[in-house]
Ligand binder design. Structure first.
Ligand code: NAG
Ligand code: NAG
Ligand code: NAG
Length: 849
């Protein structure tokens, strides 16, 4: 790296400022593409996009999420369209509340950002049934996602409906609106071989159908090598630098860059180090890419029963740059923002020409965008996973840490290296609040609970009898997670499997996802599949009486499959066999084909207990740790505006509602495996979703998001349906806010990229440590730690190194305390030199208040 004190040349600066200014122009009219880029109103563009799925947050949260995306340097918000949310019954549409797609698109446009609308209508997305409405399954002769007339008719009808809705509201760029791109189908190329030759004709049909809708903006298909022109095929993955579009006339676009990974119930929590994500992003633009999308930029929450899987958790946080609760995740958000700024400084050169790759050495790669008119931008990459390198480029020498990219907008000065983080880190903090309700104005606190025991076995008149064991989804149509299978066994007392003092067992096999087995009204077994294998096979010890014995099997789903060839036919429930046998083998009674009585859903669902208003609630001393129990209480919301969650430690599994709105399935009783985690995962080397995991041996989710707009100050109703048994008095509230902010910057970091972006004369381009309180109402109230020298550790646990100067703390206090933000030069000019010849850094932890 060359000296940081050199100023970037003024002429170059003017060009860059021109480009930066155009990014805030919203209204596009003419969107096309060529082999380099998406072309908006005649100009090739380098664009950064991020996914926010509108139903995974609330309309009240959208403006803030969109603003934080814009502040993070995004140009485009990308979302899927969720067919099963919008058309729960055929031809009955719903665009209310969280489903208000038009409002979401308009808000993005009003914020000055573009929209990429991925209609699908198959979306995967860890969303129930991949986004397909369940009623599709019952259309005679239908086969999903292949050259099948009934399916194509429905797909075309819904796609047309959405396109017309957008057109009616003037939302396409061709109409002056924000939508510049649309997607048809989704990752079909990953699984199309399973559909044989019909896959080819289906994709041709889908392409023609989409193009015929005449949106005036380009269409893409992701992971679809045979996407027919003019559809652009795009890449999804953890890295897309090696991707080449099928057509020489298409630009290189990345539609899903997985910013992290989703969590499953019973799984540990994946995270993706920002140094690696920044590396992947920089590599993509280095190698000719001109638009990439973070999947997800804000993941959000799977409210209600919208999560797919099976076993996808209710949180869809995704380790994204904006967390589930809408708080920016630092340093991820900030470092990527710096990467975006650095890349935008290269936009003029990048769109003007194709890249060239002068040789740099093994495992090293230089890319230069150089024009005859004198523009020059370069990227220098070290692809090695261990060794840092010093490289010579254009006569200068540069340090390249392993697995990093340096960005040189003028082919000379490094404004950013992906492994060197200037952005501050923030430690989130949960503040516990007890669940309490002020019943009277005297301030006396009363917590009362109502409860209702769900009947075991058949309790509804709509139950019906069929011979044999039937597949569950075909019966419930997913109207409920639950299906009762009830039957009885008459025991004479002389049956062979009762002899010889051996134990009788009831053997049951199920496609999943969970099973509670009751024998003579008593819970005899509870079993669940896992995210990898939802099937259940269980031997349940059975004590049978002479005469009639009741067998009640409550089978349940935990989100329907959303991925893979023919995922719609995966099925669930007790499909058998169900056998009685003696534990010493041999003699068996097969119950599989005898008559079974079926009941879809629970009595409590029929009574609409979720709303809290029914009159069946019992208020006598309530049962704890009992299966199949409904509970109800009232609570006051914590003061302030910080995001709220409900803490479910102490509960088992079930679903919860606040003021009648489902906050999703909860399942703190399902802990993750105890191995496979690495809290300090090395970011160097290729990432995959198994590489960096945390939270081993603990439940992946105990806290469940309750959007602020769903609660009022007092008198909120909480209803919980507990399946396996728990203690609702342990439920509590928490608010989430930023605790400490930290930053650790070394003498060898480039100056903050912001400083390269201004024409301030005589500024010193030296490394700087920047701190800023997230809220404009707060100032830095104290400095918990400050050390210049060789400090170690991470935010919240910094320690001094051997080398330190005692001037650090007073200097940092003086510069920061009382201000919302502060910046401090990280050099011996500021602090003096406590150890000559040693590479020094400054680490600070500060508190806002
Ligand atoms: C749209 O832009 C393309 C490429 O820049 C150009 O060829 C075309 O004439 C433009 N169309 C309109 C209607 O302006
Ligand atoms: C689904 O149920 C219907 C009757 O409602 C039956 O005709 C059909 O065979 C079932 N399909 C499957 C796959 O079980
Ligand atoms: C092929 C593959 O695994 N695709 C997944 C990519 O990640 C998104 C988001 O998690 C999923 O929706 C896709 O199924």
């Amino acid at each position: 790296m060359i000296t940081m004190k050199k100023k970037i040349s003024i002429s170059l600066m003017v060009v860059y400022l021109g480009i930066v200014a155009t990014t805030s122009v919203v209204v596009a009219s003419n969107v096309t593409y060529d082999h380099r880029a998406i072309v908006i109103d005649g100009k090739r563009r380098v664009l950064v996009s991020g996914s926010i799925h509108y139903p995974r947050s609330t309309p009240e949260m959208w403006p803030d999420l969109i603003q934080k995306s814009k502040d993070g340097g995004l140009d485009i918000i990308e979302t899927y369209v969720f067919w099963n949310s919008h058309e729960p019954l055929r031809a009955q549409y719903d665009f209310s509340g969280r489903k208000d797609l038009v409002k979401f698109v308009k808000l993005v446009g009003e914020a000055g950002l573009y929209v990429h609308l991925r209609i699908g209508p198959y979306v995967c997305a860890e969303w129930n049934y991949g986004g397909f409405p369940l009623w599709l399954h019952f259309i005679p002769g239908i086969k999903f996602r292949t050259d099948n007339e009934p399916f194509k008719d429905e797909m075309q009808r819904f796609t047309t409906y959405i396109v017309d809705l957008m057109k009616k509201n003037d939302l396409y760029a061709s109409q002056g609106g924000p939508i510049i791109l649309s997607q048809i189908e989704n990752e079909y190329g990953n699984i199309d071989v399973a559909y044989g030759s019909a896959a080819k004709s289906y994709i041709k049909w889908a392409a023609n159908m989409a193009v015929s809708l005449d949106t005036g903006v380009p269409w893409v298909m992701c992971q679809q090598a045979d996407a027919p022109a003019p559809i652009i095929n795009t890449c999804n993955g953890f890295y897309c630098d090696q991707f080449t579009p099928t057509s020489n006339n298409s630009p290189k676009l990345w539609t899903e860059n997985w910013s992290g990974w989703f969590t499953s119930f019973g799984g540990n929590i994946p995270y993706r180090p920002v140094e690696d994500l920044a590396f992947a992003v920089a590599r993509f633009y280095q190698r000719g890419g001109t638009m990439q999308n973070y999947y997800m930029y804000h993941g959000g929450t799977n409210f209600d029963r919208t999560s797919g899987g099976p076993f996808i958790s209710t949180t869809y946080d995704y380790d994204a740059p904006i967390d589930e609760y809408g708080i920016i995740r630092q340093p991820k958000w900030g470092h990527l923002k710096d990467v975006h700024k650095a890349i935008k400084l290269c936009e003029a050169a990048m769109v003007a020409t194709d890249p060239t790759y002068p040789s740099l050495g093994p495992n090293l790669e230089a890319t230069v965008y150089k024009t005859e008119s004198g523009l020059c931008s370069a990227f220098l990459a070290n692809l090695g996973t261990n060794a840092d390198a010093t490289v010579k480029f254009n006569g200068n020498s540069y340090q390249l840490p392993a697995w990093s990219v340096s960005i040189l907008p003028d082919c000379k000065n490094v404004v950013l290296n992906t492994a060197k983080i200037n952005s501050m880190a923030m430690l989130p903090k949960f503040i516990p609040h007890s669940l309490k309700y002020n019943l009277d104005s005297s301030g006396e606190i009363q917590q009362t609970w109502g409860w209702f025991r769900e009947p075991i076995g058949i309790s509804k008149t709509q139950a019906f009898v069929k011979p044999g064991l039937l597949e569950q989804i075909n019966i419930t149509a997913d109207k409920s997670d639950y299906l009762w299978y009830s039957s009885s066994i008459i025991i004479k007392g002389n049956e062979p499997f009762l002899q010889n003092g051996s134990q009788t067992v009831l053997h049951v096999e199920s496609l999943g996802h969970g099973l509670h087995a009751f024998i003579n009204g008593k819970l005899a077994a509870t079993r669940f599949g896992t995210a990898g294998n939802s099937k259940i096979s269980v031997d349940i010890p059975a004590i049978l009486n002479t005469g009639k014995n009741k067998v009640d099997l409550l089978s349940l789903t935990v989100g329907l499959a959303n991925y893979g060839a023919f995922f719609d036919l995966a099925g669930a429930g007790v499909t058998g066999p169900a056998l009685l046998r003696s534990s010493n083998g041999g003699l068996t009674l097969d119950l599989s084909s005898q008559p079974w009585t079926y009941q879809v859903g629970l009595k409590g669902e029929d009574l609409d207990l979720a709303s809290g208003s029914s009159s069946v609630w019992d208020s006598s001393v309530f049962p704890k740790n009992q299966p199949l129990t409904w509970y109800k209480t009232s609570f006051d919301a914590p003061d302030g505006n910080d995001p709220v969650g409900l803490e479910f430690t102490g509960m088992g599994k079930g679903e919860a509602w606040v003021n009648g709105q489902s906050i999703g399935r909860y399942w703190p009783a399902f802990s993750s495996p105890s191995s496979g985690c690495s809290d300090n995962c090395d970011y160097r080397g290729p990432y995959n979703e198994k590489k960096c995991r945390k939270n081993c041996g603990k439940p992946p989710q105990t806290l469940y998001h309750v959007p602020r707009s769903w609660v009022k100050p007092s008198g909120n109703i909480l209803v919980v349906f507990e399946e396996i048994g728990g203690d609702p008095t342990k439920i509590s509230l928490a608010t989430k806010k930023v605790g400490s902010m930290c930053s650790h910057v070394s003498e060898t970091h480039p100056a903050p990229v912001d400083m390269w972006n201004t024409d301030e004369t005589d500024k010193k381009l030296e490394p700087m440590l920047l701190l800023e309180c997230p809220s404009p109402d707060e100032v830095i109230s104290s400095i918990k730690f400050a050390s210049f020298g060789t400090p170690q550790g991470s935010c919240g646990s910094y320690t001094h190194g051997k080398c330190r100067t005692f001037r650090a703390l007073p200097l940092v206090r003086k510069a920061c305390v009382g201000a919302r933000s502060c910046k401090i030069g990280v050099s011996i000019d500021t602090f003096g030199d406590p150890c000559t010849g040693v590479k020094k850094s400054l680490a600070v932890e500060a508190i806002c208040g």
